[in-house]
Design a protein around this ligand. Structure first.
Ligand code: URA
Length: 512
């Protein structure tokens, strides 16, 4: 096939490359239009040089030829608008959409070459080992990986900006800094808008900044790391949480670096802990193995089973939290109470408008006698912090007031309470609700949802939904934070983002 003369360029400058300048490094529409037009004019891939803001035309005025050719580009760009569509396999369109975001300056040339070849080599679409196709696939895969990492490793910090100061009810601005490898900022923005619909946020990157005002996405120029806010209190909580969930016996450095590559560490608050925790892991796990198994010590004297006649009197509900604590400490309406260290009742202001209900106290809660103080509590605290809700303003409790566990060696492993056990505890929870009178309750997990709504509510199918109880109180159903902690590290951040999105409904609800 001979080289076609392009009426605009090649007649005048047969040796010159035709520079095509796109509007930005991820200008798919511009690329599509230009490629169609070039193909219609039978411009060989080798005759075109592609440019965008990341690969500008070099030496534009260095030679009269280059200058003159550059001048023709504008004419071409106008002509591109009228190019006819080209029939290509749909997989190629999908491949282009992703591979074009790669940072390799040769990506446009490669994709145009494939387009050209698809039009002229019918066998190409059936050749999975073709070098050009393989290279484009690899680019697309690298872009997908970069997007995945951005979803997992973006860390927001709260800023009390002007909008927050004039309307604190709207919640603070959340700002994150991230350095993607490829040109993914605009492509990934809708993901963050969906995940954090109820929050105002901005993600700053060196190339683009993305902003969501709660209703609309907008894009601005790139930023510097120093434009993002410094670490805040929420970050300290994240570090404590990370320290808590770190299990030295399960440390697999290679695996961890695969999931959380070193290049992301400098923007991850928890990364400062990795080296010291990893260095001490061997010693800590050896100590764990050597320790003689011991059961937890009960702080209360042994309890004898109450005769049925001493079961709580339903007609005289408790009138204070102290009374509730005292009564639950002696409750033996189900077997769990006999093994726990103490009962754990709800905590928070009695006039709180918002009440969180979990499943049952965990190991730490059982020892400290306070709800949500262990790892799940720290994750809950982080979420509250990011939503601008103060933990001291909400009431936090559980459906079941004692810790149910199974002893494995020296470890007490959480066991889900049975429906009968939760039902036996129901009246204590009702007492708490009657004392606090919250307008809005949050059911963290299935046990809490059943206790608050009186029937089984599948959590995954109903997460983020608000139900109304018979007494008119509203109940938001979502996952229990422990469910997030149990997830593989890979998906944990994305799951946390979903959870935060469920909870962000709270900032918009009247709680009276
Ligand atoms: N899980 C719960 O459900 N409640 C707590 O208090 C702690 C962990």
């Amino acid at each position: 096939m001979g080289v076609m003369n392009d009426p605009l360029t090649n007649d005048l400058f047969p040796q010159a490359l035709l520079p095509v300048t796109l509007q930005g490094p991820a200008d798919l529409e511009g690329f599509r239009r230009a490629a169609r037009a070039l193909l219609a004019r039978q411009m060989l891939p080798e005759q075109v040089s592609w440019h965008s803001s990341d690969t500008p035309v070099q030496d534009l005025f260095a030679s009269p030829i280059a200058g003159a050719v550059a001048a023709t580009t504008a004419i071409h760009n106008a002509a591109f608008a009228y190019a006819p569509p080209v029939g290509v396999p749909p997989e190629f369109v999908t491949l282009c959409e992703t591979a074009i975001l790669h940072s390799d300056p040769n990506r446009f040339g490669l994709l145009y070459r494939i387009l050209w070849r698809l039009a002229h080599e019918p066998g190409l679409r059936h050749d999975p080992l073709d070098a050009d196709m393989v290279m484009a696939q690899q680019m697309a895969q690298a872009v997908r990986r970069d997007m995945h990492k951005m979803k997992a490793f973006v860390r927001f910090r709260t800023v009390q900006d002007e909008t927050f100061r004039s309307n604190p009810g709207g919640g603070p601005l959340h700002v994150a800094w991230f350095e993607p490898e490829h040109h993914i900022a605009e492509a990934i923005a809708p993901f963050f808008a969906r995940r954090f619909t109820q929050m105002r946020w901005a993600v700053l990157t060196p190339e683009r900044s993305i902003q969501w005002d709660g209703a609309q996405l907008s894009f601005g120029p790139g930023a510097r790391k120093s434009d993002a806010p410094p670490p805040d209190a929420g970050e300290k909580l994240w570090l404590t949480y990370y320290e808590n969930i770190f299990n030295p016996a399960r440390l697999k450095v290679k695996m961890m670096q695969k999931e959380m590559p070193r290049k992301y560490w400098h923007n991850l608050p928890e990364a400062v802990l990795i080296a010291p925790l990893a260095a001490g892991a061997h010693e800590r796990s050896a100590r764990m193995v050597d320790e003689v198994p011991i059961g937890p010590t009960r702080r209360l004297p042994d309890i004898t089973v109450l005769p049925v006649t001493m079961a709580p009197d339903e007609d005289s509900p408790v009138s204070s939290l102290e009374q509730l604590r005292e009564a639950t400490n002696h409750c033996l309406e189900c077997p769990i109470g006999a093994c726990a260290t103490q009962s754990v009742c709800g905590e928070g202001p009695l006039q709180a408008k918002l009440m969180f209900v979990g499943e049952q106290p965990g190991d730490q809660e059982d020892l400290q006698g306070r709800p949500f103080v262990g790892p799940a509590g720290q994750l809950l605290d982080r979420a509250l912090d990011e939503l601008g809700i103060q933990r001291g303003q909400v009431f936090v409790s559980n459906a079941v007031k004692h810790f149910k566990y199974e002893l494995r060696g020296q470890r007490r492993i959480h066991k889900t309470p049975s429906q009968r056990e939760a039902a036996a505890c129901q009246h204590w929870l009702d007492d708490e609700i009657a004392l606090v009178q919250p307008g809005l309750l949050v059911a963290l997990g299935a046990t809490a949802a059943r206790s608050l709504l009186g029937r089984a509510v599948p959590v995954m199918a109903n997460r983020g939904r608000i139900f109304e109880r018979d007494d008119g109180r509203k109940v938001l159903v979502t996952l229990h934070p422990s469910a997030l902690l149990r997830m593989p590290a890979e998906g944990r951040e994305a799951a946390y983002a979903d959870w935060l999105a469920d909870l962000s409904v709270l900032t918009q609800q009247p709680q009276d």
